[in-house]
Structures are given as C-alpha cells and as structure tokens.
Design a protein around this ligand. Sequence first.
Ligand code: ZN
Ligand code: ZN
Length: 122
Amino acid sequence: MSGDPFQVRFHSKLGVVIYDPLTQMSIAKEQVRLFKITSMSMTTFRRDIVNKDLGVGEPDVMQESANAVDAYRVARQGKVKPYCISCRRHFGSVDFSICTECTAVRCTCGTCGCVARKRKAA
Ligand SMILES: [Zn+2]
Ligand SMILES: [Zn+2]
C-alpha cells in the first residue's frame, strides 16, 4: 500500500481523507485541502483545526474505504491534463470531486469525463 504520492489518513469527524501534495494550490498556508472519501470530493479546511483530529484509522475502516481510495488513485493517474478542459483551472487549485459515472475528476464547474466523452461523440 506504500508508494502512493498521497497519504491516506483518518479524521475522527470526517472519516477517511486523502492528503495529496499536488492539490494544495491556491490556498492560504494555514489551510489544507483534503479529499473526503465519504463525499468523494475535495474540501478546504483550516489546517490547525483538522490536524488535531487527524490520525491513523483502524485497519477495518481503512479496508472499507480501499475501493474509494483506488478510485481516487485511478482518477489521479487518468488525468491526461492536470487542468479542466472547460474552465482551464488547475485541478490542484479547486475543490474537485470524482464522478461516480465516469470515475474521472469532476471540476467545480461541473465538467468531468462524461462531458469529454460527449464532446468526442458529437
Ligand atoms: Zn472546470
Ligand atoms: Zn462523469
């Protein structure tokens, strides 16, 4: 399970979260952007508030979220371009989510792999 460029952590209130160094763009230094497994989306938090409840999850909890972490890993690797094809914002600087249909990154403007697929078909 090692070798990932991101860290999977457990937060007592948020559940399993992913800290990815690549997604910390355009936020203040007292902020941190975390990917929440429960919502499959990025959210920006106050670093000091989130850090005090951050720890290592129980193995069964981490196991339960393994599929979601896989989905994040795949979406991350599947990003041919690191920015949105529609609004051109870098994914590292927006609170993106992962589309459950195309399993690709979905920008805050609503653009995901589904849109790219439709464009190709048209
Ligand atoms: Zn966008
Ligand atoms: Zn989609």
